[in-house]
Design a protein around this ligand. Structure first.
Ligand code: FES
Length: 361
């Protein structure tokens, strides 16, 4: 089971007014544990000021994508962080962290991954959604000479665009295999693209003019929920099968849909029991009314994995062994994972009297 390790910050590089790239040193004995695939992320933990003991409620956790090419035994981890309004953790990371500080870091996880292979790949990203795609594209182009990558990125303005130099560098190194289109919503630009937001209609016209859509082996969509949904609809409208579309959501501002009925809603018995297997040990506990699977487990096992608690990062993924649950939202699991019986513990509430989940499965 993955546990946090304190890693030392070695560099804080300002990318834009509101974003930084943070680097951490990985000691030699931890390097195999912190190996990562292109597109994966790490969770960081901060003890909330004023809290004496480290419990799930006294800490803040956030996940951030790794931006450097993938390494099996990295001596360094580099991530991109954009400060978000009202975001405790991101403001702390962008404004307060300094080289020499120690930060608790979980080993890399995540399934928004492209293992290098020959073929044609493409991405549509918005804002800080460039972060995992930078790792994906640079690893692919570095390791696989028979691969091509097309990146469509959107941002507000040049000044707010993260990793400008790194992306330009990819273009210089692989001019024939890396294609870049930038759309700026609040700035005139020279690329011939009009300014304004990238939406389904614009993407439906733009993508076929850039590359043979049907020949693309994998599409990687990353950024705010709105952009990812618009891009996904555009691709489906262009005939791209769902299995070729991979997506990772970075910001969710829309209110989630009302959840369907679960145990504890009006009528019927309110008690449900939860059996959970975590790190090879099993426990069975009653669930409190309205509690999620993750909340029940955390009352008994502080080592249960989670980060966002918002259905976005996928860190709390569990396999449903028996019973039925209903998720409030799911921005993390792909259709094939749902089909295989995986659910998000932070979003799952019981529908049946007994539920069993496996964190290790
Ligand atoms: S903790 Fe992030 S999806 Fe559950």
């Amino acid at each position: 089971m993955s546990t946090f390790h304190p890693l030392r910050v070695t560099a804080v590089e300002r990318l834009t007014d509101d974003s930084v790239a943070l680097s951490f040193a990985v000691p030699p004995e931890l390097r195999p544990l912190y190996g990562y695939a292109p597109g994966q992320h790490i969770a960081l933990r901060r003890h909330r000021p004023g809290a004496d003991t480290l419990t799930a409620s006294s800490e803040a956790r956030r996940t951030y994508s790794l931006c450097a090419p993938a390494r099996a035994e990295p001596s360094e981890l580099r991530i991109g962080i954009r400060g978000v309004e009202g975001g405790d953790f991101s403001s702390y990371a962008v404004k307060e962290l300094r080289p020499g500080d120690l930060v608790d870091v979980l080993p890399p996880t995540g399934r928004f991954v492209l293992q290098p292979r020959p073929g044609r790949f493409a991405a549509v990203v918005g804002g800080s959604g460039i972060t995992p795609v930078l790792s994906i594209a640079s690893t692919l182009l570095e390791r696989e000479p028979e691969a091509r990558f097309c990146l469509v990125r959107s941002d507000r303005s040049t000044a707010s665009t993260m990793f400008l130099d790194e992306v330009a560098d990819l273009k210089d190194r692989c001019p024939d295999r890396f294609q870049l289109v930038t759309a700026l919503s609040r700035e005139e630009q020279q690329s011939g693209l009009p300014s304004g937001r990238l939406d389904e209609r614009r993407l439906s016209g733009l993508l076929p003019s850039l590359l043979p859509v049907a020949d693309v082996d994998g599409w990687y969509l990353c950024g705010p929920l709105g952009l990812v949904e618009e891009a996904s609809r555009a691709l489906r409208g262009l005939g791209v099968p769902r299995a070729r579309i991979h997506q990772e959501i970075f910001h969710v501002t829309e209110a989630p849909p009302a959840p369907a009925a679960t145990r504890g809603d009006a009528g019927g018995s309110r008690s449900a029991s939860l059996t959970a297997n975590l790190d090879g040990r099993s426990g069975c506990w009653p669930m409190d009314d309205g509690e999620s699977v993750l909340e029940t487990v955390l009352r008994h096992r502080a080592d249960a994995p989670f980060a966002c608690k918002g259905g976005v990062c996928g860190t709390c993924r569990v396999r449903l062994v028996s019973g039925e649950v209903r998720m409030k939202v799911n921005y993390a699991l792909e259709p094939d994972e749902l089909e295989a019986g995986y659910v998000l513990a932070c979003q799952s509430r019981p529908v049946t009297e007994a539920v069993e989940v496996d964190f290790d499965g």
